[in-house]
Design a binder for this molecule. Structure first.
Ligand SMILES: Cc1ncc(COP(=O)(O)O)c(C=O)c1O
Length: 353
């Protein structure tokens, strides 16, 4: 059998047996970034275009939602409930995925970023949530995952009383990390693409938030026997806190797939949190510089919350790399948020006042 087909079909525990529905348009491209490499050093640089996953401006969450919506359908649900930050990409894509499968969506927006800007509250992802016809709720705390989930539970009870069949996508720990499975599968796709193109993959750099993308990609690569380093750039919590989260994710993935987990040794969990300050969803100078570099070299648009922070970490890794290394930036999407952050970005990019 052709080596790339073999990688794509390699069984990873129960991965291919769990409920799933197709939301992606197909595989996402792996593109070489020669202009950026010309600026950053001798390594070969690539971008895995998970901003092009398909519906409603795409992003990493589409891969994850294939498993959540798949489970919702298996349970006969007709309404999806989800919670997130005001400019959350996950909730936007949950609404889009629900619509694609003929369901309704209730979105709870949390006060996670200290911003009273009406553009932040109405444009970007929020506008798309509304265009998709999602029902919006608000939650006053942005750091209370258990409370946010409990409130979703309340909304779900109300919906049930009205004869609806709700399905909750939980935020707090302690729930099966179905979303991470999307990235276990993405590891197969990436390794097969590298194999087909003769790329000796040495590292993947990605944004590490809930840890589904990070944990899934790391677990997937190791389960395939691939040793590429995975650098998670912290966007929400510092490296100390995020380490425990990724470690737990890997164990939860192993349990879900019914696989052993010395698959991911703890030394393989690599995190960088130098670009986190001043906090989740807040800008710093490095973010603006990274957005400029990505746009001016590769016409790549990154967002200030996730992908530009990850790009800061990628730039550091590229500068430190040797010739012969091949580093992949996982572009996880999030681009609609730039319109929610129009005021801050307008200042940095010379808007007229
Ligand atoms: C654009 C984007 N990139 C990266 C992430 C982080 O992914 P994860 O939550 O799987 O760690 C998110 C999370 O919402 C996101 O919206």
């Amino acid at each position: 059998m052709d080596a790339t087909v073999e990688i794509r079909q390699k069984p990873l525990g129960k991965l291919d047996e769990l409920p799933r529905c197709r939301l992606m348009s197909g595989e996402t491209p792996l593109e070489e970034m020669t202009n950026m490499a010309g600026r950053l050093g001798p390594a070969r640089l690539f971008v895995k275009r998970d901003d092009l996953t398909g519906p409603a401006f795409g992003g990493n969450k589409v891969r994850q939602l294939e498993f959540y919506i798949g489970e919702a359908e298996a349970q006969g649900a007709d309404t999806v409930l989800i919670t997130g930050a005001v400019q959350s990409n996950f909730v936007r894509l949950a609404a889009a995925s629900a619509r694609m499968r003929g369901m309704d969506c209730h979105i709870q927006l949390e006060e996670r970023v200290p911003k009273n800007d009406p553009i932040y509250r109405n444009s970007g992802n929020v506008l798309i949530d509304k265009i998709l016809g999602a029902t919006l709720h608000s939650y006053p705390d942005g750091e209370d995952e258990t409370g946010a989930d409990a409130n979703l539970g309340e909304i779900a009870r109300g919906l049930k009383a009205d004869g609806k069949r709700p399905y909750i996508i939980h935020l707090s720990p302690g729930h099966a990390p179905l979303g991470a499975l999307g990235y276990v599968d993405a590891a197969r796709e990436l390794v097969a693409q590298c194999e087909a193109a003769g790329i000796a993959l040495s590292e993947v750099v990605l944004a590490s938030g809930s840890g589904h993308t990070h944990g899934g990609m790391l677990f997937g690569l190791r389960a395939l026997g691939h040793e590429a380093r995975v650098t998670g750039v912290c966007v929400r919590r510092d490296a100390g806190q995020q380490f425990g989260r990724i470690s737990n994710r890997c164990e939860e993935i192993a349990a879900l797939l019914e696989m052993d987990n010395p698959v991911v040794p703890e030394d393989d969990i690599v995190l960088a949190d130098v670009y986190l300050a001043p906090g989740y969803g807040q800008l710093n100078d490095a973010i603006i510089a990274a957005m400029k570099l990505a746009a001016e070299t590769e016409a790549m648009i990154t967002d200030p919350v996730y992908t530009a922070k990850a790009m800061c970490g990628f730039i550091d890794r590229a500068k430190a790399a040797d010739e012969g290394q091949a580093i992949v930036f996982l572009h996880t999407g999030g681009t609609p948020a730039i319109f929610g952050y129009e005021r801050d970005l307008g200042v940095a990019f010379g808007a007229e006042t």
